[in-house]
Design a protein around this ligand. Structure first.
Ligand SMILES: NC(=O)c1ccc[n+]([C@@H]2O[C@H](COP(=O)([O-])OP(=O)(O)OC[C@H]3O[C@@H](n4cnc5c(N)ncnc54)[C@H](O)[C@@H]3O)[C@@H](O)[C@H]2O)c1
Ligand SMILES: [Zn+2]
Length: 363
């Protein structure tokens, strides 16, 4: 098992990465002296698979545990589900000392964290992420929240979990497409922070895609360590944390103009990162060889690296980028790479340069 500490003074916590961790859930919560009652928030796909195991582990350690399930999918990150969650928590008589366990992907983690942050002005919560994306990204760093009709993640807070438990075995049941999408964030950590991680994935991606246990543990732990480092330096996203948005300017806009129906997040940011690499070559002198390595790696994982937009879609893409808060002096702001492993934030890019990169992405 690998252990990563997220150092945030009194809000510090551990991320555990390894096999068969699930069965330790109860004991680990005991060690943290969490209260006697808890609710496991999960979804309609993960609950039937892993819900009983989670309850057994918790009850085995003496906790009074119940399940709260929401329909699988992004639409459950809603105020309606927040309300339903509050009602259930109240019915189960959760108290100030009680806690919430998030058992699922990022949707469950963001919703359960939001419930824990706000119920009784905040009760403890533990993350048991079950998607690769949730293990390397959403469960670490304390962003919790839900969507509004007006847009994604518009309501939320920073609220850190007490523990994150990444069990590698649960990833075996993850649909391959979801696994690939999670890899887009892992590769991102390589590009923004760790050239060695990038090279490791380049060398070992066939084994990683077969979920080789040793390699998986290594890349997940390294990703969590990088996110923990970044979050420890900038918990509330006032500066450095923005590097995590590499590939997300165009990625988010693509998700938005396709109404979140065409691409998984990881797929959209795969295209977004290739675009950002191309912009980096033009604006920061990123070596064209590095651009090709980046494109090549996403491609060999089986992630999309091209996109063809009509004139109208391109206009909508620009509109979406401007709405995405990343604009300064009328120019869209990017995180761009100086080299693999090193990026710069707040890079203003001319619309014309973005257009030419979009055209090149369609070829
Ligand atoms: N809080 C943050 O910092 C942060 C960061 C990135 C993303 N997010 C959020 O995370 C969400 C996306 O998370 P996601 O990609 O994990 O999606 P998700 O939670 O919707 O999970 C994807 C699908 O996989 C299923 N699933 C989960 N674990 C499984 C398993 N082990 N076996 C089989 N099926 C399984 C789920 O039921 C769901 O259908 C978005 O809402 C995004 O905004 C949050
Ligand atoms: Zn992302």
């Amino acid at each position: 098992m690998r252990k990563i500490r997220v150092p945030l003074d009194s809000r510090s916590y551990d991320i555990l990465v390894g096999g068969k961790l699930f069965s330790q859930l109860g004991q680990r919560c005991r060690q943290l002296r969490l209260g006697s009652r808890c609710v496991v928030v999960t979804d309609s796909v993960v609950g039937p698979r892993y819900g009983k195991r989670a309850l057994r582990a918790l009850k085995g350690a003496g906790f009074d545990a119940a399940l709260h399930s929401v329909p699988a999918g992004e639409s459950s990150k809603s105020l309606k589900q927040v309300q339903a969650g509050y009602d259930h928590l109240a019915k189960l008589r959760l108290e100030r000392g009680s806690f919430v366990v998030a058992l699922g992907g990022g949707v469950v983690g963001d919703l359960a964290g939001f419930l824990a942050m706000s119920y009784l002005r905040g009760i403890d919560f533990v993350q048991v992420p079950t998607t690769l994306l949730a293990q390397v990204d959403s469960s670490v760093g304390g962003k919790v929240g839900v969507n509004l009709k007006a847009g994604k993640n518009l309501v939320g807070a920073f609220y850190q979990p007490r523990l994150v438990l990444c069990d590698l075995d649960v990833l075996k049941s993850l649909p391959p497409r979801e696994f690939r999408a999670g890899m887009a964030e892992v590769i991102k950590y390589g590009i923004i922070y760790d050239a060695r991680l990038f090279s490791l994935i380049e060398r070992e991606h066939p084994k990683i895609m077969q979920q080789d246990r040793r390699l998986l543990a290594r890349i997940i732990a390294r990703s969590c360590q990088i996110k923990a480092d970044v979050v420890a330096q900038d918990e509330k996203e006032r500066g450095l944390r923005a590097i995590l948005n590499f590939g997300h300017t165009i990625g988010h806009a693509l998700e938005s103009i396709t109404r979140y129906g065409e691409y998984l997040h990881g797929e959209a940011i795969s295209i977004g990162q290739v675009a950002a690499a191309m912009l980096s070559a033009r604006q920061l002198g990123l070596d064209p060889v590095a651009v090709e390595r980046i494109r090549g790696l996403f491609g060999s994982i089986g992630l999309p690296v091209t996109v063809s937009l009509s004139g109208q879609q391109e206009r909508k893409l620009f509109e979406a980028m401007r709405l995405d808060k990343k604009v300064s002096g009328g120019k869209v702001q990017f995180v761009l790479a100086k080299q693999i492993g090193q990026v710069r934030t707040g890079q203003s890019v001319d619309d014309q340069m973005i257009r030419s990169v979009l055209a090149a992405l369609g070829e």
